[in-house]
Design a protein. Structure first.
Length: 257
């Protein structure tokens, strides 16, 4: 999935994501749960997209390696890096085929990127790769959309975004399995008196929490905590428990010593 069309509009459509607050929450959790014997600052940002979270984590002192398989997204990330001057390294890799130069203290994968993978087997493959390159005592923090979000929030709904740069119609279709949502994003970008149209098609799959927990353990990691990923972001340490109406779960997994 190279998201060639999506990359051009991604930042405009994610202005409300609050990357700085999410980075500070990840930082708080890292300090709480990391057990490595190193300084714990080497961090991989899987599916880093246009690099917004990588930038915020680098500002917090982490040595960040951003990984994404979309050249278009990485191009946007490199532009941010050029402006900020932050020493972030970007790699064009499919996270299912992750190949690092050594062990990593912390790996993060946010904004339901794992839901975009085509099957549970692909999710397992990512978990296995993260575990392979994790420093003993190191962390894997990732979030995933819930079945509740797919069935009740996304479902068969249409969302419209009228931004300065582009108009976007986001149309969802919930498949009969109650877990898979097919999304069609149609972009209209004004060019003089005309509009240029482009489309992106995305599929996301949600899984029961126990299934994800089993996949984490199968990869040789221990699941040490899980929280609501979107609640209480104004205060990093204000962690809300997972409930029946949680839309995105933030999982904390750790490589045993």
């Amino acid at each position: 999935m190279d998201y060639m069309n999506f990359a051009a509009y991604y930042d405009a459509l994610t202005q409300n994501v609050e990357y700085e607050k999410r980075a500070k929450r990840l930082h708080y959790l890292i300090l709480q749960y990391i057990r490595t014997e190193t300084d714990g600052t080497l961090l991989t940002d899987l599916a880093c997209g246009s690099g917004s979270l990588s930038e915020e984590l680098a500002k917090l002192g982490y040595d960040v390696i951003g990984v994404d398989n979309s050249p278009a997204m990485l191009s946007a990330a490199m532009e941010k890096k050029m402006r900020s001057g932050l020493p972030i390294q970007y790699l064009c890799q499919d996270m299912r085929e992750l190949d690092m130069f050594g062990t990593i203290d912390v790996t993060v994968c946010t904004l339901d990127s794992l839901n975009h993978l085509p099957s549970l087997a692909d999710v397992q493959q990512v978990f296995d790769k993260v575990s392979l390159f994790a420093q003993p005592g190191g962390l894997f923090l990732f979030d995933m959309n819930t079945l509740y979000k797919h069935q009740k929030v996304l479902a068969d709904k249409v969302f419209l975004y009228d931004l300065d740069a582009v108009f976007c119609a986001w149309e969802n279709r919930l498949l009969p399995d109650g877990a898979t949502v097919e999304e069609q994003l149609t972009f209209f970008e004004k060019d003089g008196d005309s509009y240029f149209r482009s489309d992106e098609f995305i599929t996301e799959i949600a899984y029961p929490v126990d299934v994800i927990g089993d996949a984490v353990r199968k990869a040789g990691l221990e699941l040490v905590a899980a929280f609501d990923a979107d609640e209480g972001l104004d205060t990093p340490e204000q962690l809300s428990p997972v409930t029946d109406i949680t839309e995105r779960i933030l999982f904390v997994a750790r490589k045993p010593l």
